[in-house]
Design a protein around this ligand. Sequence first.
Ligand code: ZN
Length: 574
Amino acid sequence: MKSLPSGTVEAEVLSDVLGRIRQAWLDPAIGSPVQGLRAGTEVFGGQVIEAPTLGAVLGLPTWRMQELLGCQPRFDRLPFAESARRRCTLVDDASSAGAGDSREQRLLITDPFDTDTVAWARTRFGRLTPVLVSDETFDAWLAHCEAGLSALGAASLTGEVSGQASASATAEHIDLRQIGHGEGPAVRFVNATLYDALKVGASDIHLECGPSGLAVKFRLDGVLTAIQQTDDASLALQAINRIKVMAQLDIAERRVPQDGRLQVAYAGRAVDLRVSIMPSIHGEDAVLRILDRQHLAQSLAGLTLAKLGFDEPTAAALRALCRKPHGMLLVTGPTGSGKTTTLYAAIAETHQARDKIITIEDPVEYQLPGVLQIPINERKGLTFARGLRSILRHDPDKILVGEIRDAETAQIAIQAALTGHLVFTTVHANTVFDVVGRFAQFGIDAYTFASAINGVMAQRLLRRLCSHCAEAVPWPTEWAGDDADLQGLPRHQARLMRACGCEHCRGSGYAGRFALGELLRLTPTLRALIAERAPHRELQAEAARAGWQSLRRLALRAAYDGLTSLEEVDRVAA
Ligand SMILES: [Zn+2]
């Protein structure tokens, strides 16, 4: 193969052909005249159209790798996986004046005759100047960007990972090269969505069918975020079907909810996803919970209470509660508030070889060295209650019960705490004081509960402001909150910030989360008040005397110190 030399007859013929194509391209009404003609295509007896030739004929600038490497990709506007799938992307032009958003943006395209993609990009991003790059250059550049992205992710990881699962033979492999090519649009769409979700560290993927197509949302840092909307109803149906096939569900059944699991191989590791399909009036919705244990294990390696965001007094109090000879430490909060992670960190920090620790969990999320961990298996009858009974015969010193959600487990756990074991567990409740009522529902009387409990912590995760774009603001003058919540701190000295959004935080204004916990340590007076069922108000007053601070106060303090915004405080700890 050789390139077309300029000035030959072939070049003139080609120029004429391409001139007409150019007319068609400039006037979308004519439509795509040539299918499959692009840079790298062989024409006229084995000669190849090089990207610059094609670009020159079409009047399009053409970039090589050198120019591309000088540009900043805008994956915040057109995500990486979508770029790979559509074979086009957005970049900030390095040669234009200004910085950040004031720079001119360019639309990189690989196929100038793909009028659908060009039209789509114009609707979404306006009239950006297209720049032509060859397929080869585009792939190489994306691979380069991908390596950069994963290097960033790896930089924040510490420690060794143990017990990593290897991808099973049936796992679907999700990688860049596969997304761009081959198979049907639904397969590419699902793979790109999974890839993107794993890349950004989403915890859940929501695919929602509406009257006009499919909405894709990711749960990022605990907040559901719209990612993509397609108005292709047939793609919606096929994408849901594809997920059902991957999860080995019945694709013919569309009227009842179905649950399953699937596994994908991503970045050399196996990632499990729990799939839930729900019928709706517009078809079916799918929610995929990502159970990326290895990633979790990596992010938990070297885990400490301080790293989770707890202040030193709270961390010290938690460690003290973990060193008690017996009794119960309870962590409460909504789903996904990091309850178990806190217990892992507290145990990891205080674990000594002379203690025998046994856990029962659903599922085992993180492997603790030197700890016997048992996953519950309800299908085989290994429930929390049954597992806990067996554990007690195994002579442990400390026991972690992943969650108390039924009366039987509550009763065995309380008995264990009263008979010389230290029990760590979590329960669903809003505040530390609501926990008393929750155990009353499990049939535990107030006196027994007060005797067994050493401490209760209610926990929330708050989004941390992005350090690249947060903007200092004065404390609002019309703030409706109670000044007592600021504990006498002068408002004018607050380092309050607001969320803005930039490319580092995908426009959300936040990056990562930190934990806050209101911790109630039981004093003899508090035990007596709980045992005699004193009203919450009285408990709260006594707790405050003993140093307890409400979540709201702790959250406001975090906003005062510039860690998070007032909006986030109101969202999480109203
Ligand atoms: Zn930012």
